[in-house]
Design a protein around this ligand. Structure first.
Ligand SMILES: [Zn+2]
Ligand SMILES: [Zn+2]
Length: 96
């Protein structure tokens, strides 16, 4: 489910390495401010009717800057801070 590899920023053309997606047993949350990634354990190998997402207390806030964490953000371009990026393939690793 996860992707790790090069991304291309559509705002400035920068290429950078990042990852996104999480896995069956964890979810990756990203800080809205600084793009730090926090991994929260969550068993998604269950029927969706039985799935219980992590609570706000389990998710917490960014350890770097105290910012809000979200699971549905695209990686942030380190050059211009845009999240208008896309996977550029190549040496990508898919992981779960
Ligand atoms: Zn950029
Ligand atoms: Zn942060």
């Amino acid at each position: 489910m996860g992707y790790q590899g090069p991304y291309t920023c559509q705002a400035c053309g920068n290429t950078f390495e990042s990852r996104a997606g999480g896995g069956f047993l964890f979810i990756e949350y990203r800080c809205v401010n600084c793009d730090a990634i926090k991994t929260v354990k969550s068993n998604r190998r269950v029927p969706s009717s039985e799935y219980v997402p992590p609570t706000a207390a389990e998710i917490g806030v960014c350890e770097q800057c105290g910012g809000e964490l979200k699971s549905d953000l695209q990686p942030m371009c380190p050059a211009c801070k845009s999240r208008d990026v896309k996977e550029s393939g190549g040496r990508a690793i898919r992981y779960d």
